[in-house]
Design a protein around this ligand. Structure first.
Ligand code: NAD
Length: 248
């Protein structure tokens, strides 16, 4: 255990699994106090068990403004102020555009876009001078991939918000950046499309990737910690962690 982030207070939405969990683990292991959120109490309980006593779980749906108000009140009580906010909660929905229903569209935007925006708005009063906010976009926001039109459009909206929110929070000395993961093996694809389709999708992503592999949640977590704490002259940008697939 190192103490690099000792004394730092962090909120991670969707921190019970995948990239959010890996980031919580990295930060807790380096001395930070972390509040993770999610919709499933069982997932949150399992996560806090693994993270230890410097992690607290709050069940909170990012698409619900009353839940976000309650989260802000709880964080104020538990941590007081915040040094970093990782806006990570999101759902991956793969669907041909002809088959996409209004309900799917609304759910994707309610969680991935509206949820992210109001997470920042509700927690912003707690952010201290010098704090870092990290929004989670995706390489889908600059690629024309199959069956991702709604998801990709939502992530492109977040890319834009990273710039506008940077401008609005700059007077308070708060930086806002985006992390853009490429293919990261977290199990979320299997959840979104089933194992068979996920296996096929994953084989295609590996074949096209310059590094010929998926990334790990831990590789994204390191980049998130860099943006949140170490990138002190960086705001409004997007850091891509994708094995080079959008760059080479
Ligand atoms: P994941 O499913 O393990 O993590 C998403 C987390 O968000 C889960 O813990 C889930 O419970 C939570 N969540 C979902 N809806 C929520 C809601 N309404 N309120 C609160 N929490 C909610 O998947 P992941 O791959 O770790 O995804 C994390 C983020 O990274 C997402 O925003 C995703 O779009 C993005 N991303 C992932 C990849 C990838 O390849 N895995 C690629 C690009 C972007």
């Amino acid at each position: 255990m190192n103490e690099k982030y000792s004394g730092k207070n962090v909120v991670i939405t969707g921190g019970g699994s995948g990239i959010g969990f890996a980031t919580a683990k990295l930060l807790v292991d380096a001395g930070a106090r972390v509040v993770i959120t999610g919709r499933s109490q069982a997932t949150l309980d399992a996560a806090t068990e693994r993270l230890g006593r410097n992690a607290t779980a709050v069940r909170s749906d990012v698409s619900s403004l009353p839940d976000l108000d309650a989260l802000a009140a709880r964080v104020r009580d538990e941590l007081g102020t915040l040094d970093a906010l990782f806006v990570n909660a999101g759902i991956t929905s793969a669907m041909p555009f002809e088959a996409t229903t209004e309900e799917m569209y609304d759910e994707s935007f309610a969680i991935n876009v509206k949820g992210a925006f109001f997470t920042v708005q509700k927690l912003a009063p707690l952010l201290s001078t010098g704090a870092g906010v990290v929004l989670t976009t995706s390489v889908a926001n600059v690629m024309g991939m199959q069956e991702t039109s709604v998801y990709a459009a939502g992530k492109a909206a977040l890319r834009s918000m990273a710039r506008s929110l940077s401008r609005e929070l700059l007077p308070r000395g708060i930086r806002v950046n985006a992390i853009s993961p490429g293919p990261i093996d977290t199990g979320s694809l299997e959840n979104a499309m089933g194992k068979e389709a996920a296996d096929q999708f994953k084989a295609e992503r590996v074949a096209e990737n310059p590094m010929r592999r998926f990334g790990t949640p831990e590789e994204v977590a390191g980049a998130v910690a860099f943006l949140a704490f170490d990138a002190t002259y960086t705001t409004g940008t997007e850091l891509v962690v994708d094995g080079g697939v959008t760059q080479l």
